[in-house]
Design a protein around this ligand. Sequence first.
Ligand code: 13P
Length: 331
Amino acid sequence: MTTTLRTVQPTLAETAQLMTGGGRGVLAADESIATMSSRLEAEGIPAGAATRRDYRELLLTADGLSDFVSGFILADETFGQELSDGRPFPEACRELGILPGIKVDTGTSLLPGQGGALITEGLDRLGARLASYAERGAAFAKWRAVIDITTITEYAMHVNAQALARYAALCHQNGIVPVVEPEVLCGGDHDLATCARVSRLALSSVFEELAVAGVDLSGIVLKPNFVTPGLDAPAASAHVVATATLEVLLGAVPATVPGIAFLSGGHPTADVCAFLSELNALPERPWNVTFSFGRALVSDALRAWAGDPANVTAAQRRLLDNCREAADALR
Ligand code: 13P
């Protein structure tokens, strides 16, 4: 008798659940080549493909990262690179018990006729690109729409939401969980009510377009901003931020969405962890709530590393401390 071995693929809903449940969150290490290079240079580290690779390897191989992190978002460059032991990054992620994700948008450009409002690019050939990423092991993808309170227009909000919905539908067609990220930027001196109003409009527009596009919400992860005053305005307490954030989310995000994973947006680590902790203490959350931070997890590690192999262990310790703090905020 012959036995056929079959790999059972998790469903999109199961993957979304794995990413956002179980007291873990997602680490965003998907800065574009330009952004990563400028962050390296700001720390006095010469930027190049090799240093970007070394830095991402340092992050991924921090011992015990998978205790806190369920998913690791890679940039296209890193997705195709190998660790120093020769394993491709997506394969190493899986071996470490972490789902590999891929940022698939290609950045923003000015939307003609809309003042300074931005549109996120990357829909051309996206289906073929997603098929290739899926073939090479990607479990999830990320697309970020950028909403600047000072320049956003109704039309810009709408076309960004439509692009997110087209991206999400294409992800599902290719067996990939879309992380849907409409980011209302926190730079500026606006008050919390303004952020709440714009965040509500952005989220409502996104869920309207997802519905029109026929996207099954049980297989997506939402990645929103916390509802806060602008970074140049007087700060609000973590409790006020959490309450305002939950109110906006409850008004716009259907309960069928399995998980919400917040971006950090430039807020300090301690602040976003406090927002998350307060949010988790509030009742009535129909979704998993977790983190998908970039800078709040990795900035300390980058500074500690400074491009010197002798500092790798110290840098990994800083990363793990921040990841532990974020994961503790989920308990
Ligand atoms: P930050 O947490 O640094 O905002 O990055 C998260 C992210 O993935 C932005 O797209």
